[in-house]
Design a protein around this ligand. Structure first.
Ligand code: ASP
Length: 339
């Protein structure tokens, strides 16, 4: 009798165990309101509507959609904001239409030097690379710096040597990044430089992403070839944490524009600082910094920003900014021009 009792107790215990293994785990605290959001950009610049062919526009929009989906599918499956921004940026790095990875602009010597950075808000971890020449996905290397080195930012030959030590980092010859379109842009920039014209609009097509995941965490990432015709190892804002990329517990930003002005004005950090310290609404903070602080200093460009409530801001003053977004309510969009 006693052994029967023991047996049945055992059976109940096993059954309970089996149930708890199969049954869905307790929902995470925030599962009732799994607010996720994602915003990406493919760079600010000056593109006359008439000069963008219907095919080019459709192809750029399709790339933005694919990048958005790559990030969104991670967020929808409960993945991290960090994984989502990296995935979205990798899609845009692989597209020849954007100034990051394949399709990066040419420097003055006719080569490519690539910059990227990534930041996770709630941990304040960050990684960045500058002036890399053979790394197919600079954003992936930036994340590797964050996760597998004690440093935040590696540049030039040192960054290449670090990449050598990481077999998972794919390498390509520098001319793999070449495109005819960017070569024509270099020729034009060199003609403009010869007559002393300011390099307005010689940035174009930098890419970035900011995401909010189900756990309420924010991450931001930016990747670029920098400015056409750049010399002397010039490094822009994109790999500079606080200038081109920032994420904290409540806010994240990825910038695009004339990088010197973004560095001088710590644009990405300033937007989030206004939210944190002054309680500004995200949209007001982003608008003020991009469309007043940067322009008053003589610069131009745009930014994407996202806060912990899933609010999204996408200000720019350069005529165009390739961008796409998914809000917490699931509404989504892709846009290039001001409308
Ligand atoms: N901000 C980048 C730089 O100055 C360029 C861009 O946004 O397109 O390097």
């Amino acid at each position: 009798m006693r052994s029967l009792l023991l047996l049945s107790l055992l059976a109940i215990a096993m059954n309970t165990h089996a149930q708890s293994a199969d049954a869905p785990a307790d929902p995470p605290q925030d599962a009732a309101q799994p607010k996720t959001a994602l915003v990406i950009h493919g760079g600010a610049g000056y593109v006359a509507r008439a000069s963008l062919s219907a095919e080019d526009e459709a192809a750029a929009r399709a790339d933005l959609e694919r990048a958005l989906e790559a990030g969104h599918s991670i967020l929808a499956a409960g993945g991290t904001a960090l994984d989502a921004v990296q995935a979205a940026v990798v899609v845009l790095e692989e597209s020849p239409r954007f100034n990051a990875g394949k399709g990066a602009v040419f420097n003055a010597q006719g080569g490519h030097e690539l910059d990227a950075s990534i930041m996770e808000g709630h941990t304040r971890r960050a990684g960045a690379v500058a002036g890399v020449t053979t790394v197919r996905s600079p954003i992936t290397l930036a994340r590797t710096v964050m996760e597998h080195s004690p440093h935040v930012m590696l540049a030039g030959d040192g960054a290449e040597a670090f990449a050598d030590s990481r077999p998972e980092i794919e390498r390509v010859p520098n001319d793999w990044f070449d495109t005819d379109r960017r070569r024509r842009a270099l020729e034009q920039a060199q003609r403009q430089a010869a007559v002393g014209e300011a390099p307005h609009g010689q940035y174009f097509g930098t890419v970035g992403a900011v995401a909010l995941d189900r756990h309420g965490h924010i991450a931001a990432a930016t990747s670029t070839g920098g400015m056409t015709n750049k010399k002397w190892g010039r490094i822009g804002d994109s790999p500079v944490i606080g200038a081109g990329t920032w994420a904290d517990a409540r806010c994240g930003v990825s910038g695009t524009g004339w990088g010197e002005f973004y560095i001088r004005n710590a644009v990405a950090h300033d937007i989030c600082a206004r939210v944190a310290y002054r309680g500004d609404a995200l949209v007001d903070a982003a608008e003020e910094v991009v469309n007043r602080v940067v322009t008053a200093a003589g610069g131009d460009g745009g930014a994407i920003a996202l806060d912990v409530d899933g609010n999204i801001a996408m200000p720019f003053n350069s005529g165009t900014m390739y961008r796409a977004w998914i809000r917490p309510d699931g509404s989504r969009g892709v846009a290039i021009f001001e409308d």
